[in-house]
Design a protein. Structure first.
Length: 427
């Protein structure tokens, strides 16, 4: 038993440790949040038209919304000065320490284990701080949004309201759908529909067989696109929330899309029909006047006589318009697409002479309207001044104006107005 005691003592020493301790004071600052308050300064809403679909005559666009608030954020914090005393413990095993003491010259002091026990914090000073800045709170980040008004407009199409514009709200999926009702002449969504339509209605539009054959032979069908505009039209407003009033800014979007389809082209047929109308108007309303100025005694032509025309009677634009429509009705079915497309402006056949005209010695030809009447004044530096009336009685007229020379001895009784005369030449 006595022999075991040293070993038992060594075992006990091996499992024990020596603990030393000391204190360490700390002084530091810390920030403690107390409160945060947000105030909305303004609201910004931005719309984006991001998609377009055409399904026959139905047009669909997709609208997304970005909604965010510009906010003022006020934060109150406490800046605290804190004091704390920590206790540091250092544990070293006993055997290692004894060996180090016995053999100090050979071994260094052994390393121990350090642990810290934090002390209680004591606030020794305090200061309140207030910070203010602006930020953004995102409500919707380009999400589909219902009840957004979208205005569709076109210079070519009419919509459900029989007008060129219509405003519709988006549905729950953020889409707005509009239907095209009226389309440009000879335009349809599909080529098959266009061909079928033309085959059925050409006979109902053109009365004249030869014109109808010309239209059919000149028929060309090509892809065609017409623009249509879609625009969000949400309005800005003032919002009141919990006593805080702020303005909601709105940024609308506008896009132009092309409506695809097929177009039938009747350029040659239109030209033929319009030329036919022009010839009939010309035949009924236009008259030519061949006029020459001569010396009343020698009958020699006078060069550079000046004639001024003062209109006394002429047709009206209303008469021309009525006749143009009458001619169209003769060849085309009233109210049809071709009837409207072949319309011409009849004002080109309203020809009223006015101002001065120089007449060379070989004469000239003037155009006006049948049955128009003018007062004319004829002047030349070597001849007497002549005032008379002239009319365009028929399709072609020839008239000779004879002037009396300033030095002439001719008896003035021989001319109706004593200063010359207008002679109508019959063919």
């Amino acid at each position: 038993m006595k022999r075991l005691l040293p070993f038992l003592f060594l075992f006990v020493l091996t499992g024990c440790a020596v603990t030393s301790k000391y204190t360490e004071p700390h002084t530091y600052e810390r920030i403690v949040p107390l409160s945060e308050n947000k105030t909305i300064l303004k609201n910004k809403i931005k719309y984006s038209i991001e998609g377009f679909e055409q399904n026959g005559y139905k047009i669909r666009v997709f609208v997304k919304e970005e909604n965010k608030n510009i906010v003022k954020c006020e934060r109150v914090k406490s800046k605290e000065k804190v004091k704390r005393t920590d206790t540091i413990y250092y544990d070293t095993p006993v055997l290692e320490r004894l060996l180090a003491l016995c053999f100090l010259g050979i071994f260094g002091m052994p390393e121990g284990t350090e642990r810290t026990e934090k002390g209680a914090e004591t606030v020794i000073g305090e200061e309140k701080l207030t910070e203010t800045d602006e930020g953004v709170d995102i409500i919707h980040n380009f999400e589909p949004k219902p009840d957004i008004p979208v205005r569709f407009s076109s210079g070519h199409f009419k919509f459900d309201n029989d007008l060129n514009t219509i405003t519709l709200n988006t549905d729950e999926k953020g889409s707005a759908v509009v239907t095209i009702k009226e389309t440009p002449a000879f335009w349809r969504v599909t080529e098959r529909e266009l061909v079928n339509t033309l085959s059925k209605n050409l006979e109902d539009q053109i009365k004249d067989k030869s014109i109808r054959e010309t239209a059919i032979n000149s028929l060309q069908i090509k892809p065609a696109k017409y623009p249509i505009e879609a625009e969000t039209v949400k309005t800005a407003k003032v919002i009141n929330s919990s006593g805080n009033g702020y303005f909601s800014e709105v940024y609308n979007d506008k896009k132009t899309f092309n409506i695809a389809g097929y177009q039938a082209y009747f350029l040659e047929a239109y030209n033929a029909i319009q030329e036919l109308i022009r010839k009939e108007l010309e035949k009924k309303f236009l008259s030519s006047l061949s006029i020459q100025v001569r010396d009343i005694e020698s009958h020699y032509p006078i060069d550079n006589a000046v004639i001024s025309f003062n209109p006394q009677k002429n047709i009206t634009i209303e008469e021309l318009t009525a006749e143009e429509e009458k001619i169209r009705k003769k060849y085309l079915v009233e109210g049809s697409e071709i009837y409207e497309a072949a319309k011409i402006n009849p004002s080109q056949f309203l020809i009223i002479l006015n101002g001065q005209h120089n007449i060379p010695k070989e004469g000239t030809t003037l155009i006006s309207n049948i049955n128009s009447v003018y007062e004319l004044e004829v002047m030349h530096s070597e001849y007497r001044f002549l005032i008379d009336k002239i009319s365009f009685e028929k399709k072609e007229n020839t008239k000779i104006i004879e002037l009396i020379s300033l030095g002439s001895k001719i008896r003035t009784q021989e001319t109706p107005n004593h200063d010359g005369r207008v002679i109508n030449v019959e063919k």
